[in-house]
Design a protein around this ligand. Structure first.
Ligand code: ADP
Ligand code: MN
Ligand code: MN
Ligand code: MN
Length: 335
């Protein structure tokens, strides 16, 4: 009789960034055929994850997304929401803040990250003393000394694809040791689920190489690019607008809620949103066609399609929670 390994994954209560936690549930093959509905709720000790006090420590794991885990025999990854013992969403549950449960909103997140050497406390490819060659050759590069840790990146990509995650592409980024993957989904919850599972697979794969994944938005100070998580988004109204005025009116809605957006766009973002390195200043709000120095870029695609398409909010950083980012964007667009 075969057994299956279900890895229940959730977000803990750490600040300023929630970490991934997971534990394995073994289920019998006679009770399980790979469906989400066959994954029971489970619980964990919230007092060990900053999610509960010791005298009332049980938090509930509610499975919300399942996919195959190709790096483990007979295994699945099960993304979970955290609930209180009474079944209400835990305060750390960003997914529960998403108001729109339809798939009218589409999201494409560009997750940038830095592959980190825990020995040197520097990005891979950085010498232990001094610096590598200045930025320029690394972006979309090939060749030793330019594209570093490609083996890890490729292994991660294959695992994501085998899991059925909708990865749309990967590329080496501007800083040495920095990479990006893009995931697109119809529905905010699905986009968030897939980003978090992809982050999980990235961290777990990095273990094999003795490396870590650094999601800090400015891991190396000075003249080195920070890491973002650009949020490309649309709803049916934007996708069929045929109107420049409509796009501008949606962008204008963001102007009056700048602090509300920055609050969920990842910690330390003032270090990254400086106005340099393809960013807008955290103190400004701007939008423009093809403008990579704007807060919100109107992609050429949208203009070329007679002002129907999507927008790119460039402010969310690599450490942001995609659930909270999507929830806030939906709230503003629908306001
Ligand atoms: P760039 O690096 O030039 O900003 P990328 O190709 O890395 O662009 O990312 C663009 C993202 O936009 C992709 O993830 C893609 O899925 C997403 N996207 C494209 N069309 C839409 C749309 N209509 N709604 C939401 N996201 C979209
Ligand atoms: Mn990109
Ligand atoms: Mn990028
Ligand atoms: Mn982008």
């Amino acid at each position: 009789m075969s057994k299956f390994k279900l890895e229940y994954i959730w977000l803990d209560g750490y600040e300023p960034m929630q970490s991934l936690r997971s534990k394995t549930k073994i289920v019998d093959g006679k009770d399980f055929s790979g469906k989400l509905s066959e994954c029971p709720n489970w619980s964990f000790d919230g007092s060990s994850t900053k999610q509960a006090a010791g005298n009332s420590s049980d938090c509930v794991l509610k499975p919300v997304f399942i996919c195959p885990d190709a790096d483990r025999k007979n295994a699945f990854l099960v993304m979970c929401e955290v609930l209180n013992a009474d079944g209400t969403p835990h305060v750390t549950n960003g997914r529960a803040t998403i108001e729109d449960k339809t798939d009218d909103f589409w999201f494409g997140f560009e997750q940038e990250y830095t592959i980190w050497d825990p020995e040197t406390q520097l990005p891979v490819g950085f010498p232990s003393k001094g610096y590598p060659k200045p930025q320029g050759p690394y972006y979309c590069s090939v060749g030793t000394g330019k594209a570093v840790a490609r083996e890890l990146v490729e292994e991660h990509l294959d695992l994501c694809l085998e899991a059925g995650l909708n990865v749309e592409g990967i590329n080496a980024e501007v800083m040495c040791g920095q990479w990006e993957f893009q995931i697109f989904a119809k529905g905010a919850e699905s986009a968030g689920d897939q980003i978090w599972v992809a982050r999980y697979l990235l961290e777990r794969t990095a273990e094999k190489y003795g490396l870590t994944i650094n999601l800090e938005c400015k891991p190396v100070k000075g003249d080195w690019n920070g890491s973002g998580m650009h949020a490309n988004f649309s709803n049916s109204a934007l996708r069929s607008a045929n109107s420049k005025e409509f796009f501008h009116s949606v962008c204008e809605k963001f102007r009056s809620v700048i602090p509300e957006h920055i609050a969920v766009y990842g910690h330390d973002n003032e270090q990254r949103l400086t106005g340099l390195h393809e960013t807008a200043s955290i103190h400004d709000f701007s939008y423009g066609v093809s403008d990579r120095g704007a807060s919100i870029r109107i992609p050429l695609y949208t203009v070329d399609h007679n002002w129907s398409g999507y927008l790119e909010d460039r402010r969310p950083n690599s450490a942001a929670d995609p659930y909270k980012v999507a929830a806030r964007i939906i709230k503003t667009v629908n306001s």
